[in-house]
Design a binder for this molecule. Structure first.
Ligand SMILES: C[S@@+](CC[C@H](N)C(=O)[O-])C[C@H]1O[C@@H](n2cnc3c(N)ncnc32)[C@H](O)[C@@H]1O
Length: 169
């Protein structure tokens, strides 16, 4: 599989935009900003009086999103935070934003994270077992002793002729 140029293709963009009922002046929180695929479509629709709040646990994706959003001509105001989506309340309090009009949570991982060995997440390419997307996490998956359960699932995979058994599955 090829990694898209942006690192990730936004899923169901039309449905997401419809669901958020975007309009100028609204405040939208994208709790999993990722590579700003959805956010770059949302931003132009909020107008100068609107606001996009973006959160991501991965500072590298956050930085990519920051550059992508800054390059949008006449983009609406946006504020980005390195934060877990569970911290949304705190982020809004810190930013002095009393309420939002819509929340997007596109849960999971972005394609670039699955392929970049720095994250240690691949099902297909041998790489050190890590699985941290947030550097604030102190322990990698290997530290947490996931190896034991991997050995067990590798055995199950081998029994089922799973070609990926033995990788970071
Ligand atoms: C499927 S991608 C989002 C893609 C994004 N909607 C786009 O169009 O580019 C999921 C993102 O959620 C982030 N993420 C995963 N768990 C998170 C969490 N607990 N809190 C905040 N972000 C998280 C990942 O780092 C990744 O960037």
């Amino acid at each position: 599989m090829d990694v898209p140029l942006t690192g990730h293709d936004a899923v169901l963009p039309d449905e997401v935009l419809d669901g958020l009922a975007l309009a100028p002046g609204k405040t939208i929180a994208d709790c999993t900003l990722g590579r700003a695929g959805h956010a770059s479509l949302i931003l132009p629709q909020l107008g100068p009086g609107g606001l996009l709040i973006g959160l991501d646990a991965d500072p590298r994706n956050l930085e990519f999103a920051r550059e992508r959003l800054s390059a949008i001509p006449a983009g609406s105001p946006h504020r980005l935070f390195h934060a877990n989506f569970s911290e949304l309340d705190d982020v809004l309090k810190l930013a002095g934003i009393p309420q939002v009009d819509g929340i997007l949570a596109d849960l999971g991982l972005s394609t670039n994270q699955l392929f970049d060995p720095q994250y240690g997440l691949s099902f297909q390419t041998p790489m050190p077992l890590d699985m941290r997307i947030d550097p604030r996490s102190r322990h990698s998956a290997a530290d947490r002793g996931v190896r034991g359960s991997i050995r067990m699932s590798s055995g199950i995979g081998a029994a089922n002729d799973n070609p990926y058994c033995g990788s970071n599955s």
